[in-house]
Design a binder for this molecule. Structure first.
Ligand code: ATP
Ligand code: MG
Length: 407
């Protein structure tokens, strides 16, 4: 099997490979797998027989930028004219504790393949596009889109419990319409308690990728039926909600959004959502969006009279209004209601957000002193402006301020 992808013949790839001894480097992992599956390639992983410090030296010598963040594990990041390559020296795992591995470098491609998670992720390609399949099963599994552990599933999961999640992630992405490998699934079910030992960052990063798959609901259903979803996401285990949101995305040709999908699987319960965000150690930005959605008490619904729709959207905030409306559109039982919520979503999305025209500075110029009074005056003017449907203009607001707040 030979690959002829653009990224194999790009000038950046040629420059990178020219810096390393001939035959010492091969593409591996997602790029080879996806090229064979005909799926888009997200990032470039390269495996090499050369020791990490030597790789760094060789690349720097030809002016390639090198970031040595993962050097202890044998990985470095090279940037060639803006294209990022993750380069990892061939490794074998010498000991593993279910979360991280102690590694030893090797020059043996087969050993490197044995420590990889799935046969379809243990395929290599050289600069000419020639593929290598050291496990002997990867190419066959790619053909039938079977996500199969390299070696014994139980052993491999016990080495790193994240592989449970990766098993479902790759199934969701590449094999969603097929039955999962039975040995793999059984092992995932039996060892699911190990998921609790993983760091929150790894779990959330992997879950996000799972939830970004085009149609992950069948996979998530299986996770649910095997008690894995509950173990991971007790607050967000409504897999039916996921199915509904996927149907809506499909109908409107939306890009999958893992946050909306997580919402669709959750109750609108601020405390439960806060717990979920904290446990998964989400970023402040992620937290803000999810909790805003869960906790928003604004009376937002289709059919509000006149300007009240805009006022409700403004009060909820653009993102929260969009999120609430989208989830309701997906979950609505009748198509008319669904359509009404969808129009509300589109209104929030397309609305040119109005800017409150008065600043604290304006009020100070009017002679309203700094401090509590200024804050109150601003809030009162803003409320007036909102109630007017964002129509009262700056001059009128300042006149009102003069009457109400100036001694
Ligand atoms: P993506 O398209 O998301 O980049 P990928 O397969 O390249 O998919 P990465 O997380 O980038 O996934 O990992 C690169 C390769 O490293 C994998 O294909 C696999 O061979 C190996 N790998 C990554 N994580 C693990 C793991 N937890 N256990 C074993 N092998 C792993
Ligand atoms: Mg990758």
């Amino acid at each position: 099997m030979k690959l002829d992808s653009d990224w194999l013949t790009s000038s950046e790839t040629k420059k990178l490979f020219a810096a390393l001894p001939k035959g010492s480097a091969r593409f591996v992992g997602g790029c080879v797998r996806n090229a064979l599956l005909g799926a888009p390639v997200a990032d470039y992983d390269v495996a090499t027989t050369i020791a990490p410090r030597q790789v760094a030296k060789l690349l720097k010598a030809v002016g390639i930028a090198v970031h040595e963040t993962g050097l202890a594990h044998g990985t470095l990041t090279a940037v060639v004219d803006g294209i990022v390559y993750e380069i990892t020296t061939l490794r074998r795992d010498v000991s593993t504790d279910g979360r991280r591995a102690t590694v030893e470098f090797t020059e043996d491609w087969a050993e490197d393949a044995r420590r990889r998670d799935f046969t379809m992720n243990a395929l290599y390609a050289d600069l000419d596009g020639k593929t290598y399949d050291p496990t002997g099963q990867g190419l066959d599994d790619i053909k039938v889109r079977k996500v199969r552990f390299v070696g014994n599933a139980v052993t491999r999961i016990e080495e790193d419990y994240l592989r449970i999640l990766r098993f479902f992630r790759f199934n969701a992405w590449y094999s969603a319409d097929k039955a999962m490998d039975a040995d793999g699934l059984t092992a995932c079910r039996e060892l699911k308690a190990g998921l609790k030992t993983l760091s929150a960052e790894r779990v959330w990063s992997e879950l996000k990728k799972l939830l970004s798959a085009p149609a992950p609901f069948r996979t998530v259903n299986v996770m649910s039926a095997n008690g894995i979803l509950e173990t991971l996401l007790p607050e967000a285990s409504n897999s039916e909600g996921l199915q509904l949101i996927c149907a809506l995305e499909k109908k409107h040709a939306l890009t999958p959004d893992p946050y909306v999908r997580l919402m669709a699987m959750s109750a609108r319960d601020e405390l439960a959502m806060a717990r979920l965000c904290k446990r998964l150690k989400m970023s402040n930005k992620e937290k803000a969006r999810l909790i805003q959605w869960a906790g928003d008490q604004t009376d937002l619904r289709p059919g509000l009279p006149g300007k009240d729709t805009k006022i409700a959207i403004y009060t909820s905030g653009k993102q929260a209004a969009m999120d609430r409306a989208m989830i309701r559109s997906a979950g609505a039982e009748d198509p008319i209601e669904s359509g009404a919520w969808w129009r509300l979503y589109a209104t929030a999305r397309d609305w040119q957000w109005p800017e409150f025209p008065v600043t604290g500075k304006d009020l100070i110029t009017l002679g309203i002193p700094h401090g509590e009074k200024l804050g109150k005056a601003l809030a009162a003017l803003k409320a007036l402006w909102i109630r007017s449907g964002f129509k009262v203009e700056k001059a009128q607001l300042l006149t009102a301020a003069q009457m109400l707040f100036k001694k």
